[in-house]
Design a protein around this ligand. Sequence first.
Ligand SMILES: [Ca+2]
Length: 473
Amino acid sequence: MRKTTNQVNRRVILQSVITGVLALFLPLHVVCAAPFPTKPNIIFLMVDDMGYHDLGCYGSKTILTPNIDKMCAEGMKFTDVYGGCTVCGPSRSVLMTGYHKGHTPVRDNRGGIPLFPEDITIAEVLKKAGYATGGFGKWGLGNQGTKGAAERQGFDTFFGYYNQWHAHTYYTHLFRNSERVELNGRYTHYPIYEESIKFIKANKDRPFFCYLPWTVPHAPYVIPEDEPAWQLYKDKPWDHDSKVAAAMNTMVDRQVGEIGALLKELELDDNTILFITSDNGASRRFEGTHNSCGEMRGGKRSMNEGGIRVPMIVRWPGKIKAGAVSNLPWYFPDVMPTLAELAGVSEEPPKDIDGISVVPTLLSKSTQEKHAYMYWDDSWYHNEGLRMGKWKAIRSNNKFKVDPNVEAHRGMWKGMEHESGKIRLYDLSKDLGEKKNLADKHPEVVAKIAELMDKAWVKPRSQKDGGVYKGLN
Ligand SMILES: [Ca+2]
């Protein structure tokens, strides 16, 4: 790692002094436990509803993402990473808490269901490790002013949408630490991006966690007429939404390039680990234009691969091997223990979380612990999903009878495939499209998976809204 700049040197000196002082009071093994001499900055970019195949480096033929493709070539590309859920809110709950969808506090997607004070978030874990914590985009885990609000869940500052339904418009007001901010007609993504940049600059001399749950390319498909990315697509012979979705992704790509340039300018590049992912599968497959889910079946809200498998790029110059590709299956519960290990506080996350740190894989070590299985459920289709090695199983509508609010959604999805309680089984090594149900051929695998699914899901606490949010105010 380069330590040639004043900024980095100051930080190293400061941390050495702190470590030295701590060494006077702590047992030797505690002082030696920090795996990285300088705590890396962490930028976690999670765009919204972007499909697995919507980046050039993941096979897109129509969407231009040269900056992200370059980041991918300079870092590690994961082929088998999954979001926390099929939809926005619960996926964020899984990400923030390290508990999978059968355990995490926020299970439904109505937007205002809050985290509680006793819930431990990634931001709280990193704050304890001395990180500045900032979030910019869509929170979705508690309305402004509630105990679930981001600034009461470990973030020094949060700017953006608190209730995710508010994020269904790009011309509105936003909130900063629960205080309303008028934007006077600006496209919301611009100030969200600008605040992200300000946070990085303001915290260049100390470790920071910059959480970027940006709302694009989530619907509605609107973008300013003078946005440079729009100029690249506005005359394409595609339907309007295909053009705007492409422009939204290319806009993100430009901004990723700008963040990369800023990190170099601030001489933070070598000491910053950057994650790029999406919160769930593509909301629209854009068949015939972008083919956002490729050969995978389903999309957002589906328990098939198209609904939960997401791109994941991790870049850390000098630490992560450039151009590496990993097929390790992992998912959002793993982010908390991974970031905790990077920050040198592996003991901070609750002991019973479902995640496993993937730091050994990031550093190309052979000591990676693997999941016996990964589990999801959704609260809308009442499907459960489980991946165990090559096997992927989906069970429909087995036991979600508890919450009358959830029950109310059921009518919205009449006509869906609901073979109540029956497991469908697919071999992902041969059938990524989940077309051939092998359940009848492998009853022993099905029985094992049914047992795992039964154990993985516990009844959620109340999924009621926080009670403060009224419309968009
Ligand atoms: Ca989403």
